[in-house]
Ligand binder design. Structure first.
Ligand SMILES: C[S@@+](CC[C@H](N)C(=O)[O-])C[C@H]1O[C@@H](n2cnc3c(N)ncnc32)[C@H](O)[C@@H]1O
Length: 243
């Protein structure tokens, strides 16, 4: 496992550090690599500078949303700032000249992330994932949360391959609150990539993007910092093609 001790240096404005700067010579041995699907068990901020530039046709990701501070009575400046300011320049470097970029977010981050993402990708739409039911994360001070936003941008002129409504309706995945439905990710993949294309998910979690990529005949690289999720992803990839 490679850790992110370099993050503070990076936040101090020293720019993205290479894999070598972060203490590893080149890329580490993948946790899993088979049939065009590769997993790195590592910090994405350490791995991404070591990946070849301009190779990914699409980046599809669901980053950590930031700190859980809802319980605190007063809002603080920078409350929802998180890993995205560090990840975005790295992601831009890795996309092909016309790469597609899909990024899940919550309504809390929407205003901030649209601005941040639009500094690196040409914004095309905000898709809505309609969960069909509430997520359980609501209380006396708000409405029930039944949808999530998906930022959709492109690096250059990339056509959508399959025309679909911008509201995607699917129930949640089965491995806890963070897992996205494979069918939702599959729709994003079908809309913006062809068979054989290469997809990156730097915050892979339980591997939904990789699973959908495999099912649809795409290649993919996933990065995940928690080994327990790498294990789940490998188990999911071992199952027969699902779609
Ligand atoms: C919202 S979850 C992704 C869930 C995924 N879409 C799924 O369907 O399972 C975000 C993931 O990013 C991982 N993560 C957080 N910081 C990371 C980092 N610096 N590098 C790689 N992965 C990271 C977390 O461990 C978590 O599994």
């Amino acid at each position: 496992m490679i850790h992110s001790a370099h993050i503070l240096a990076n936040m101090a404005g020293e720019g993205p550090l290479s894999c070598k700067d972060a203490g590893c010579e080149g890329l580490p041995t993948p946790y899993y690599s088979r049939d065009g699907i590769t997993i790195y068990h590592a910090d994405a901020l350490v791995i991404m500078p070591g990946l070849e530039a301009r190779q990914f046709d699409a980046i599809i990701t669901d980053p950590p949303y930031g700190t859980e501070t809802d319980q605190r009575p007063e809002w603080m400046i920078g409350e929802f700032a998180n890993i995205m300011p560090l990840a975005l320049p790295l992601l831009h470097r890795l996309g092909t000249a016309n790469a597609a970029f899909y990024c899940f977010t919550s309504w809390k981050h929407l205003a901030d992330w649209v601005l941040r993402c639009s500094s690196y990708f040409r914004m095309q739409n905000i898709l809505v994932w309609d969960k069909g039911h509430h997520s359980g994360c609501y209380g006396a001070f708000s409405w029930q949360f039944c949808w999530e936003a998906i930022y959709f941008g492109i690096k250059g002129p990339r056509r959508v391959r399959k025309y679909m409504p911008d509201v995607l309706r699917h129930g949640k995945g089965s491995r806890g609150a963070m897992e996205k439905p494979t069918a939702v990710i599959a729709q994003l993949i079908e809309a913006s990539t062809d068979r054989g294309d290469l997809i990156l998910d730097p915050f892979m979690g339980s591997g939904t993007t990789l699973r959908a990529a495999k099912d649809l005949g795409r290649r993919a690289i996933g990065i995940e910092i928690e080994e327990k999720y790498c294990e789940i992803a490998v188990k999911r990839l071992a199952q027969e093609v699902l779609l």
